[in-house]
Design a protein. Structure first.
Length: 278
């Protein structure tokens, strides 16, 4: 005989199952469980449920790390990267300013042709505007420092050269220096004379000594001293000592009765003053 009444145990089990079963959440409501401040973030719009969001997160984690970053392959890929990093649209969009106070000799090397070539190469390498500015500023500054250092070496060389020749030439320093300068212009023209001065060679003792000797041996005395000069050419200390030694070996120098004795003694005295000016 059928029993219309279900056993109490069966009813209780059914209720328990009903109560323990998870509530069904629609795809539109899955974000309702998220904190309110991020619930409406637009980046969630492409996810239909928590499962798709989790899958996306796991996929993202698998690509994190330096050795997992995808390397651009095509030129188009690289262009996208460079543009993202700030490379301008074209090479002529780079704006370059040279540092203030740069010597004219250095600034002149950054002409339009040089800068245009550099911009093209920088654009090819994907450099952004700040990188290009920094590189040009560094290079210009470095060249300026090298120029100043070289100039300092030239100045020091000039001072040392002058000191050395003043000691060697004594009272004949100004005269021999004039001879050397005259030889620069006579045999090399104004261009050589200017180059000698700008390079520092015009104050090199060896160069000045050589050109002074060239002038003495190839140019007439009137050309060296000038047409209106009636003064005797000055001697270097070495030349003065040599001439004094020659006079002292003459019999008239040792013979007080010789009519030229007094003049020779005076001449030797003058020569010793030139040989030992201090």
């Amino acid at each position: 005989m059928p029993n219309d009444t279900a056993p109490a145990e069966t009813v209780d089990n059914a209720e328990a199952v009903s109560e323990s079963a998870p509530a069904t959440v629609s795809s539109d409501d899955w974000r309702s469980s998220l904190p309110e401040e991020i619930r409406d973030d637009p980046s969630f719009a492409k996810f239909n449920d928590v499962s798709s969001l989790a899958s996306s997160y796991v996929n993202l984690q698998s690509h994190l790390g330096r050795d997992k970053i995808a390397k651009p392959v095509t030129d188009s890929d690289w262009d996208d990267v460079y543009e993202f990093l700030g490379r301008p649209e074209s090479a002529d969009k780079y704006e370059i300013e040279l540092p203030e106070g740069l010597p004219d000799e250095i600034a002149g090397q950054f002409n339009d042709e040089t800068l245009s070539s550099f911009k093209q190469e920088a654009h090819k390498l994907g450099l952004n505007a700040d990188q290009v500015k920094s590189l040009v500023a560094w290079q210009a500054g470095n060249m300026g420092n090298q120029h100043e250092a070289y100039k300092g070496m030239i100045d020091q060389s000039m001072e040392q050269g002058e000191t050395s020749l003043r000691q060697e030439w004594g009272r004949a320093y100004d005269q021999n220096l004039g001879f050397a300068r005259k030889a620069f212009s006579e045999y090399g023209g104004d261009e050589l004379a200017a180059k000698m001065e700008s390079s520092g060679l015009g104050n090199d003792p060896d160069v000045l000594r050589a050109f002074a000797n060239i002038a003495k041996t190839t140019m007439a005395d009137k050309d060296l001293a000038g047409p209106s000069s009636g003064t005797q050419m000055a001697l270097t200390p070495e030349e003065a000592r040599s001439e004094a030694s020659t006079i002292m070996s003459h019999p008239a120098y040792t013979d007080k009765r010789h009519p030229e004795h007094n003049s020779m003694v005076k001449k030797v005295s003058d020569l010793f003053n030139q040989a030992h000016p201090e």
